[in-house]
Design a protein around this ligand. Structure first.
Ligand code: 6PG
Length: 246
């Protein structure tokens, strides 16, 4: 199941997105006593995270039953301006009463990127109490789309696109030769709810290719999202949607 909503601006995106997220958290906690959430980084989700932490939404969220993870992370310290953890903490995680143990950041200040990725796999196995070979099923996973059609840190023409034996892997950003750590498609495709946030004119071409173009996943990795179950909501700001025909 998938739905696309074209929103007029980031403000409307944050309101609809926060409401959608609050409902998923309430339902997951009611049904299973917990909600497992993987956040995306970059700029687009910031306003939504801030809104969820605001008086408009915060009082209704059972924060103590929410568990927070990261779809990807830059290979920088957690207090670095490029850190997805820092962005998420500054806009949401540090503003609401989430128990510290419920926040599972990717520990980027330790070893080399691949070891960090392996360590994050262990984090996922422990947090989800996984048997060997089992995959984590997130109740909600945020995803952004890059101007090149990437999601998380799964970049075009990168080996990470076809990693099926790891839940997390290290990947280089082609243009900057910098390292990222990213969840892989097997984990992404297990999620019960995917929430895509896409904004900006600069995303329009890639988004048109991802959603309406011919199959070309090497070039547009977001085409490799093939959710096994559940619901996929795309909140697309109107300039990013300007080339979509349906
Ligand atoms: C990251 C993200 C990445 C992001 C897209 C869109 O670490 O940057 O996880 O996948 O979602 O690149 O980024 P913007 O929201 O900044 O456009």
């Amino acid at each position: 199941m998938s739905e696309k909503i074209i929103v007029k601006d980031i403000e409307e995106m944050s309101k609809l997105g926060a409401n959608h997220m609050a409902k998923i958290i309430e339902r997951s906690v009611k049904e299973r006593g917990k909600c497992m959430i993987a956040l995306s980084g970059g700029n687009t989700p910031k306003k939504l995270y801030e809104r969820l932490a605001s008086e408009e939404f915060s009082p209704r969220i059972p924060w103590e039953s929410t568990y927070w993870f990261f779809g990807d992370e830059r290979h920088v310290p957690p207090d670095h301006d490029d850190s997805n953890y820092k962005m998420s903490s500054d806009s949401l995680l540090s503003k609401v009463p989430i128990p510290n143990d419920n926040i599972h950041r990717i520990m980027t200040e330790r070893q080399d990127p691949q070891t960090i990725a392996l360590n994050y796999e262990l984090t996922l196995m422990k947090a989800f109490n996984l048997a060997p070979g089992e995959l984590p099923v997130f109740d909600l996973m945020f995803l952004g789309v890059g101007t090149d059609g990437h999601i998380a840190s799964l970049f075009p023409h990168s080996e990470s696109l076809y990693v099926t034996t790891q839940m997390a892997t290290a990947n280089k950003v082609p243009e900057t030769e910098t390292w990222r750590i990213t969840m892989t498609f097997p984990v992404i495709n297990e999620a019960k709810h995917l929430l895509f946030l896409v904004a900006g004119e600069e995303k329009a071409k890639a988004l048109h290719q991802v959603l309406e173009g011919p199959s070309n996943p090497q070039e547009f990795p977001a085409q490799l999202v093939r959710q096994k179950r559940g619901f996929q909501l795309w909140l697309i700001e109107k300039s990013a949607a300007s080339l979509l025909t349906q």
